[in-house]
Design a protein around this ligand. Structure first.
Ligand SMILES: Cc1ncc(COP(=O)(O)O)c(C=O)c1O
Length: 391
């Protein structure tokens, strides 16, 4: 057997020394404060059975797609799901990617061109960073959710670059490691005034915001002010894959130039049928203005969690959030890991987010809330937190 390179071995050793070694866990039966399954859709029997029934009714019995969508892998269900996504998300065009990671690297590696500028929030998701790294555009970060810093950087870039330079401004509507949100209305107005293209990652907003769970951009009525919107299906929708929403020209461009779209085998029919069933469950089918009960329950649990933070005087230790993600800063990998382990021993699955995933000193416990968490579970886990951590 060949030996493992010394340099790689020492990188692993460094992770071990910092108590930051990543390891694969296994799904457990603890009380869930860690998954992205905000509405419990990953476990929904209705969605599972509707998917099966849909495939059977349409005599779709293929296991795989057989190729890239540009070769043999595109089939009618793609068209019908993308049409449904346009309708649900109130947008001209939708292009499905195999995952949110693929969508972000495909978009950012192909859309901004050499000489263009990307301005991105410093806490942006790794998939966007990786896409930016693959791009030939110049990229600068602005301080987290800081419109003043964005303004200053944007104006500097406008003044020192030729008039035809395109500027892309990118943020998340809900930050995955913080749970907070930028002032999207102000950012969108700013982008309009400065002729910049606004890009918003809605991975953690689907199923959580707006009465039908369609996300924060739609709750704010910004659909037509955003150049590209990423929605992922692996979180609030409980299944898998992602879509980029924009106009027809953007879709055509991505089909031609986004390499993570072109050079990969398309999703199998089962994955698309699951997305279709999950969206039907979310509200596209005949529910009119009434929200899905899980959306209502999740909103209730988020409010209850925030009230409990106040009651237990824990608010100051948490990052302010209206989403399903609530983070308690506990600095130091050892410290935060220790508290997460104690909560897990008491039956609550709360994950520690370590550096280097978040900056050193800003390590945190991340509480993901769900429609299926009870008030009692929320009260208990926060009570235990206040007991274990001196906050
Ligand atoms: C903000 C954000 N964008 C994109 C992704 C990637 O999505 P996916 O899990 O579908 O690859 C994630 C997942 O962690 C995310 O949190």
């Amino acid at each position: 057997m060949s030996t493992f390179p010394e340099k790689l071995q020492s990188k692993l050793q460094d992770r071990k020394t910092k108590n930051a070694l990543r390891q694969l866990g296994i799904q457990n039966n603890l009380v869930d404060f860690s998954t992205n399954d905000y509405l419990g859709f990953s476990k929904s029997k209705v969605i599972f059975e509707n998917t099966h029934n849909f495939l059977a009714a349409h005599k779709i019995s293929k296991n795989g797609s057989t190729g890239s969508r540009l070769l043999s892998g595109n089939y009618q269900l793609f068209n019908s799901v993308e049409t449904m996504l346009c309708e649900f998300h109130n947008i001209e065009a939708a292009l499905i990617f195999n995952s949110g990671y693929d969508a972000n690297i495909g978009f950012f590696s192909s859309v901004p061109q050499r000489g263009d500028i990307i301005l991105y929030d410093e806490f942006i998701h790794a998939s966007i960073r990786d896409g930016i790294t693959m791009s030939h555009a110049k990229a600068y970060k602005f301080r987290h959710n800081n419109l003043e810093d964005l303004k200053q950087k944007c104006e500097t870039e406008r003044s020192r670059n030729p008039l035809e330079t395109e500027i892309y401004i990118v943020t998340e509507s809900v930050f995955s490691m913080d749970g907070d949100s930028p002032d999207l209305l102000a950012m969108s107005a700013f982008c309009k005034n400065h002729k910049a293209h606004f890009i918003v990652d809605e991975a953690h907003a689907l199923g959580v915001f707006n009465s039908n769970g369609s996300g924060l951009i739609q709750e704010l009525g910004l659909e037509n002010d955003v150049f590209a919107r990423l929605v992922t299906f692996g979180k609030g929708l409980g299944c898998h894959a992602a879509v980029i929403l924009g106009n027809n020209t953007l879709k055509q461009y991505l089909i031609n130039f986004a390499r993570s779209f072109i050079y990969t085998t398309a999703l199998p029919p089962h994955a698309l049928a699951t997305i279709k069933s999950a969206y039907s469950e979310l509200g596209i089918s005949n529910r009119g203005e009434v929200s899905h009960p899980a959306i209502i329950q999740l909103a209730h649990n988020i409010e209850f969690f925030k009230l409990e933070l106040q009651r237990l005087k824990l608010e100051h230790a948490f990052i302010k959030s209206d989403s399903a993600i609530h983070c308690c800063i506990i600095s130091g990998n050892d410290h935060v890991k220790g508290i997460a382990s104690k909560l897990q021993e008491q039956g609550f699955d709360v994950k520690a987010i370590l550096s280097p995933t978040v900056p050193a000193g800003k390590e945190r416990l991340r509480f993901c809330l769900h429609s299926y968490n009870s008030e009692q579970q929320i009260t208990e886990v926060l009570f235990l937190l206040s007991k274990f951590a001196s906050l």
